[in-house]
Design a protein around this ligand. Sequence first.
Ligand SMILES: *Cc1c(COP(=O)(O)O)cnc(C)c1O
Length: 376
Amino acid sequence: MLPYGRQSIDDSDVEAVTAVLRGDWLTTGPAVAAFEAELARWTGGVPCVSVTSGTAALHVAYAAAGVRPGDEVVTTPLTFVATAATAALLGARVVFADVQPDTGNLDSDAAAALTTGRTRVITAVDYAGHPADYDELREVAARAGARLVADAAHSIGAAYKDRPVGALADLTTFSFFPTKTVTTAEGGAVAVADPGLRLRAARFMNHGLVRDPAGQRDPSVGGWHQEVHAFGLNYRLPDVLCALGLSQLRRLARFRARRAELVARYGRLLRGVAGLELPAERAYVSPSWHLYPVRVRDGRRREVYDRMRAAGIGVQVNYLPAYWHPVFEDLGYRRGMCPRAEAYYAEELSLPLFPDLTDAEQDHVIETLTTILGQR
Ligand SMILES: *Cc1c(COP(=O)(O)O)cnc(C)c1O
């Protein structure tokens, strides 16, 4: 089965990992700081804290933003469930605002209409790798007295009005799962400029430990002493995986370029095909395409999905509206809440897109798809 996404691993990645395995550190060692520093070159210099997954990154971002029971987090339903689940786990009520009908990104007017005095965070998702409308969203967050979080699991390397993803929100989260643009097998990161927020993020992902005597209540105990002032977890990304991430980041420009080339080819070769709508792109963004999300018209998405899979092409659907998951249904969330996200989901189909996809493989995807669409 040709997958919809997969990692690109070469000898330099293998060498980077084996070098760490032969060295002195398996977990927190020099590769962690090196990876975080290299990542910050992609976020316009905004410092990054590496963690064990994109989900951990969201959990850390919300904890750093002070999300607690009674708070509300406004976000899009057109995302992987982790964007909402991590806020719910901190006791927040998740408020789903509808998306822009063409990009699938959080609509700033819809978000603004749902903010209240309890809104602690607004979370945008750069769906498919296309940045959300951050100028508008920042304004909505500022008016609500809320933090803006960017779930940039899809969009590492992208830019919005010439500003890089990572520098557009108070806290930005990345995922390094193998289907994403850069991988560490499992991994993630939080980019955060504000030193206070960053300190909270750095503590939460390391048990809440306060190691700097200057920040301790009882600093005179001895050199071994460390304190916990707020509960945290162990979300540390090991040296072995940071070495892989560092090696991968060195090819991020190439990964982005090849993905852009494949997206341009899809656009050229699928334009005008009846029953199909191609992804929208705003003139002021430079996306980092993670998905190639087409819309299949005339109620044929299920049929096209099944027939593509039967033909050995691993198309995917991204995403079930988050509040359709039974866990939200059981909390009283009802279908129909965000009709534009639901309409998007009903038609969405992600076509294979990854750097090692060959032109010939892509031609086969296009041929198979157009043949199915041409038949009834
Ligand atoms: C992949 C993804 C996540 C979760 O990342 P993991 O590394 O798999 O935990 C969160 N949000 C979005 C939008 C994602 O695509």
